[in-house]
Design a protein. Structure first.
Length: 323
């Protein structure tokens, strides 16, 4: 689902510093904004919003449906605003240099449920809560910021996974409901052999395609949340980590075994630029793509080949184990 955010409709006096609107992210939109001192008008948000203060202390006062909040805000302070909840006003005592606004779908909890749990999730509501710190939400916000600054090959999947993690954090810590404990028991188990093999085969067959966590979850016939947990139990890696590693392995093969242009390889492996590809390649191998191509028998290349073979063997063992 594409999320549009609130933008200037809610924040007419602020300045947009950076936005993920041009990225092909699904399930989450991120905006970095600065906010001058003053009062923001009444607004009813169509999307769920999580705001995290990055830089610039202030006193923020806001009110919605009779709930009045006054916060001495510093770096890491968080505010939540559910979709459809009319905010009477937001007052900012002094200008704030930078806030990260994360927008989720109107119902951010729908990604957490399988068919049998849809009614429990549908009844959950996010609370209007602000002026608090949460290490997990802060870490998610920091990772989103890093991806905005430097896009990676599987950035779309990373952000999609972060959106799921953020929704789960909001559900468990800041909503009026929790799923039955049995609802999460299945996701603590790894994917069974057939589902895991289907997903691994899909990744290999579509390694150059722009697919998402939602597509992998559909291949396994699970919700995105349950799939992500079960996949990590089965493989020891998140979907994003696994796909990133496979794309880098594929890139190494193309660099070493073909004369394909490095810029083309970068695009084929879903990097936003050749520069981003070169940096990721060097982090993984210790060599630039050009060095790797010129010295395919180098120690670094041999070490990476061994690592790739070990990863393949590990996954084969995981598939065999889940019979």
């Amino acid at each position: 689902m594409r999320v549009l955010g609130h933008g200037d409709d809610k924040y007419p006096t602020g300045r947009l510093l950076e936005s993920s609107a041009e990225r092909s992210w699904a399930g989450l939109l991120a905006e970095r904004r600065s906010h001058p001192a003053g009062e923001l008008p009444t607004f009813t948000p169509p999307y769920t919003e999580v705001a995290v203060l990055i830089c610039g202390p202030s006193i923020v006062t806001r009110q919605a449906e009779g709930i009045y909040q006054r916060t001495t805000a510093t770096r890491g302070t968080i505010w939540l605003c559910p979709a459809g909840l009319k905010e009477d006003f937001i007052h900012i005592s002094r200008g704030i240099a930078e806030v990260l606004h994360l927008y989720l779908p109107t119902n951010p909890f729908s990604v957490l449920a399988t068919a049998g749990e849809s009614s429990a999730v549908a009844g959950a509501q996010l609370r209007y809560f602000g002026g608090f710190r949460d290490p997990l939400i802060e870490q998610i916000a920091h990772t989103v910021l890093m991806e905005m600054h430097s896009e990676t090959s599987s950035g779309k999947m990373l952000v999609e996974s972060l959106a799921i993690s953020l929704s789960a954090a909001l559900f468990h810590g800041y909503s009026n409901a929790t799923l039955r404990s049995s609802a999460f028991a299945a996701s603590r188990k790894g994917l069974d052999r057939r589902r895991l093999q289907r997903v691994l085969d899909f990744v290999e067959a579509h390694i150059e395609d722009d697919f998402s966590v939602a597509r992998l979850a559909a291949t396994a016939h699970l919700s995105q949340f349950h799939f992500s947990r079960a996949f990590k139990v089965a493989t020891g890696k998140s979907p994003h980590q696994y796909v990133t590693e496979r794309r880098l392995s594929y890139a190494k093969a193309l660099v070493a075994q073909t004369d394909r242009a490095l810029a083309d390889i970068a695009l084929a492996c879903r990097f936003s630029s050749q520069g981003d590809f070169s940096r990721a390649f060097r982090r993984a191998t210790g060599l630039t793509p050009s060095q790797y191509r010129a010295n395919p028998g180098s120690v670094g290349s041999q070490r990476q080949a061994f690592s790739g073979a070990r990863t393949t063997y590990f996954l084969q063992q995981q598939v065999a184990r889940h019979t």
